[in-house]
Write a new protein. Structure first.
Length: 149
């Protein structure tokens, strides 16, 4: 009963990593229907966001989301290739503590190289901007219908 009460009465927490869409999300999730955004208002706000150019990000954080099946290979990359100056035990502790930020505020080129090396070793990596927004979402796989035999 307490869960149902919380769903109906308590306010939702502010959206995390929503960036410029935060006002729209907050407006649509208001419990009271009076101040809640209408479809037309939300559409107008989204149209305004779409017309505004996104600023080019120049600093990124490299976040190791999961070590994958080849955990030892990922530890080797963290130890050797990223140039963090860690000993092997510290590299293992970083990989064990996923999700963890491996590199902070590095250039796009450095972030892409680190991501490529970690993914080649089997890790799952994401890049985030200084605003905390994910820059490299997982690719959406298209569903293709197979012809019936």
């Amino acid at each position: 009963m307490a869960t149902l009460s919380a769903v109906l009465v308590d306010d939702l927490p502010a959206p995390v990593r929503s960036g410029p869409l935060a006002p729209v999300i907050q407006g649509l999730t208001v419990k009271d229907p009076g101040p809640r955004l209408t479809v037309a208002q939300a559409t107008a706000m989204l149209a305004g966001q779409r017309s505004r150019p996104m600023p080019e990000q120049d600093e990124f954080d490299v976040v190791l989301e999961h070590a994958g099946r080849k955990k030892i290979q990922v530890i080797k990359v963290v130890y050797e290739a990223l140039g963090l100056g860690l000993d092997l035990r510290a590299a293992r502790d970083l990989v064990d503590a996923v999700p963890t930020t491996l590199l902070k505020q590095v250039s796009r080129r450095t972030a892409d190289e680190a991501k490529r090396e970690l993914e080649a070793a089997g890790g799952i990596v994401s890049l985030t901007s200084e605003a905390g927004e994910h820059v490299t979402p997982e690719p959406i796989r298209e569903y293709t219908r197979r012809p019936r035999a």
